[in-house]
Ligand binder design. Structure first.
Ligand SMILES: Nc1ncnc2c1ncn2[C@@H]1O[C@H](COP(=O)(O)OP(=O)(O)OP(=O)(O)O)[C@@H](O)[C@H]1O
Ligand SMILES: Nc1ccn([C@@H]2O[C@H](COP(=O)(O)O)[C@@H](O)[C@H]2O)c(=O)n1
Length: 664
């Protein structure tokens, strides 16, 4: 089976920009489709579940076109769907299946809705019962109570309140709430049981209000949509980051030092899953929150005196917990795996909805946690997880993921327990977070940052260190050289900051072994010319150019690790690097090395202009306003004036091993 091996990881630190929220994305798409007017949906999640919704809406006659990266222009139908006959395949997307069932039941057409085998095992009776009460014609095409479904035209009657259960899935209530305004009449929903996952209903009500429909609610038991309301486009709507997806990164920060910051959700979020941060805080994690970000660090250790608060959390465990997690059922899965890192048995309560999700998550979680050594007890709606008696997780566990994206993402955290772990069928994360493992690597892969002036030998040393450790290698200077060359080719002046930054943002660069390609052309030699050396240090002084390249550089941080060389690797691009080195040599030694390098390549050279050029570049790199070249306090100084290449490499490898071994 297809699998991903995650190596032993020691530390999690860095920043992650979250993908759009799945819950918000699919709700907004449906509301925009039913609304009057055009809606631009910006920052939409790009995943299997949103693709399913987009395809279904198009099939139902809704005009949807791209409006830039992750943005769509949706031409609303101003009421029920215009296409009156369709067969929809909705995969395993519950956030598409349930709301579409309700909206189609009120659209006076002939429809069939089906999905993958697991979708046909996920209950839908409570929603169908609710729709049947108002006269809708919804029939089971397979097992009663489950998809697939047939929907037929019907006479809808809203004179009596709709009685609905809310104890299996809150999506049934969401589906009814979002569909009922299509009728333009007063509609009342009464809950016949306790409502679970209330924060998801808050998302629904909030988004309906953004589209002009207000729902009156009496506690969580009665909801009234007054007559005469209809959906009207709010114009542009931005989808906030996915708070459930944030949970894996925040947990990583809490387990393995941190700080890990997620951007895209924060204190202004409308998603209930931001309460995961409170749950982590109750486990002792140190949490910070802004309007649009959340940050997590490990707990302060009460036992080990630490030199500084920033280091204090390392090595200390999370507090054991006993929590009712009904309000955050999805993010709660992350806590089940975080329990492996707690100082005692942990109980997750009121999580019955796990049984009807992508898989029976209580069974799946218990089975896979046992593989890594946890002692697990399970009940109808609870799970008790005790870390292994020895505190040592079982290495090389093969984790089955049950076609459940959250199982795959949660279990990546196991590697932070100092053991390698294998995730089976890792691509199931495409349901909500296609590049999850790349983003996770960007906060967990160790980085060795080597900065220093031109011709100091940092590229040579960095490459050899990377080879010795089996790590990847980033020559960040070549990116600035490529920008300079691309600017020259496009005829954009090096003082045109916006123009050069646009080139940097769209740079088509590829590294193939020793070859460097620009827009598919081999420019390995061209970017190394003395002209490009000077030009690159000019474009590198432009703040907008540096900003345009920063995420691209961070994306090189992959497992098992990265050696990155440049001028600001340790100070700006990878401030959390495990090892930082400032590698230098006297300017005379560097000029001499460059001279020999050129002569060896058959290029005529003269030491005097080389010296002059290095001095000018040193001056430009050290005096610029953004990311100037200088040794940081936390960097080791390596002066190679009197050292051989081998001696320099050995010194770096020594620091690298100390840093990694120190965390074992
Ligand atoms: N310790 C050393 N002793 C002698 N020569 C060295 C040493 N380190 C590197 N060199 C040589 O110096 C030359 C310049 O090294 P390299 O290209 O790695 O420098 P760099 O700092 O990456 O330069 P740039 O910033 O311009 O890319 C190479 O030919 C390399 O073999
Ligand atoms: N992190 C970096 C790397 C490079 N630069 C600038 O690019 C020029 C070329 O870099 P080389 O390492 O290939 O010599 C260099 O002179 C710097 O101005 C940078 O700013 N930051």
């Amino acid at each position: 089976m297809n699998h991903l091996d995650i190596p032993v990881l020691h530390r999690a630190a860095g920043t992650v920009r979250l993908p759009g929220s799945k819950s918000i994305s699919n709700r907004v798409l449906l509301l925009a489709a039913l609304a009057q007017g055009e809606t631009v949906v910006a920052d939409l999640l790009d995943s299997d579940d949103t693709r399913v919704m987009l395809a279904a809406l198009r099939q139902l006659g809704i005009g949807i076109e791209s409006a830039g990266a992750d943005s769509y222009r949706v031409k609303g139908a101003a009421g029920p769907f215009p296409i009156k006959q369709a067969e929809l395949f909705l995969g395993n997307a519950g956030t598409a299946f349930r709301p579409l069932t309700a909206a189609l039941a009120l659209s006076a057409g002939h429809y069939q809705l089906s999905g993958v085998a697991r979708m046909h095992e996920r209950p839908i009776r409570d929603l169908v019962d609710g729709l049947t009460q108002i006269g809708a014609e919804v029939r089971y095409l397979g097992n009663a109570g489950f998809p697939p479904l047939q929907v037929l035209p019907a006479q809808i009657n809203l004179s009596a309140p709709i009685q609905v259960r809310g104890d299996v899935s809150s999506q049934f209530l969401t589906a009814l709430l979002m569909a009922l305004p299509l009728m333009g009449q007063t509609a009342v929903i009464e809950m016949t049981t306790e409502l679970i996952s209330k924060p998801y209903i808050e998302i629904t009500l909030n988004l309906m209000a953004r589209f002009g429909v207000k729902v009156e609610r009496e506690g969580w038991s009665r909801f009234t949509i007054a007559a005469g309301q209809r959906y009207v486009s709010p114009g542009t709507i931005h989808v906030e980051g996915d708070a459930s997806s944030a949970s894996y990164f925040l947990a990583a920060g809490a387990i393995a030092g941190g700080p890990v910051r997620v951007e895209g959700v924060g204190r202004n979020s409308i998603q209930g899953d931001v309460a995961f941060a409170d749950a982590l805080a109750s486990l002792g994690a140190r949490i910070g929150m802004g309007d649009n970000w959340i940050e997590a660090r490990g707990p302060l250790s009460a036992l080990i005196p630490s030199p500084s608060p920033a280091d204090a959390g390392e090595g200390s465990k999370l507090r054991a917990f006993d929590l009712d997690l009904n309000h955050i059922p999805d993010a709660a899965m992350t806590l089940a795996v975080a329990a492996l890192f707690a100082d005692g048995p942990c109980t997750l309560r009121n999580i019955a909805s796990w049984r009807v999700k992508e898989t029976d998550r209580i069974v799946a979680m218990a089975t896979e946690l046992r593989k890594v050594g946890a002692i697990v007890e399970e009940g109808d709606d609870w799970l008790k997880v005790s870390p292994p008696y020895t505190s040592h997780l079982t290495p090389h566990a093969s984790i089955a993921t049950y076609d459940d994206h959250r199982m795959a993402m949660c279990f990546s955290l196991v590697a932070l327990g100092g053991v390698p772990v294998r995730i089976l069928d890792p691509n199931c994360v495409a349901k909500t977070f296609p590049d999850y493992f790349d983003r996770f690597a960007e906060i967990t892969a160790p980085v060795i940052a080597i900065d220093g002036p031109s011709a100091s030998g940092k590229g040579t040393v960095a490459q050899r260190v990377a080879n010795a450790l089996g790590y990847g290698y980033l020559d960040s200077g070549s990116l600035y050289r490529l920008v300079a060359l691309a600017g020259q080719q496009a005829g954009v002046g090096y003082d045109d900051e916006a123009g050069i930054a646009a080139i940097a943002a769209a740079l088509s660069a590829e590294f193939r072994g020793d070859q460097v390609l620009l827009s598919g052309n081999d420019v390995t030699e061209a970017i190394r010319s003395e002209e490009m050396s000077a030009a690159s240090s000019k474009v590198a002084a432009l703040p907008a150019v540096r900003a345009a390249l920063i995420e691209r550089q961070r994306a090189y941080r992959r497992w098992p690790g990265l050696v990155a060389d440049g001028r600001d690797m340790g100070s700006v691009v990878f401030p959390q690097a495990e090892v930082k080195i400032f590698l230098t040599a006297s300017v005379e030694a560097r000029a001499e090395r460059r001279y020999k390098q050129l002569i060896a390549k058959g290029v005529a050279a003269n030491i005097r202009p080389l010296l002059q050029d290095l001095r000018e570049r040193d001056e430009r790199d050290a005096s610029r306003s953004v990311a100037p070249l200088r040794k940081g306090e936390d960097a080791h100084l390596l002066d190679t004036t009197e050292l051989s290449i081998e001696q320099a490499v050995d010194a770096v490898l020594g620091w690298a091993r100390d840093a990694v071994d120190g965390k074992r």
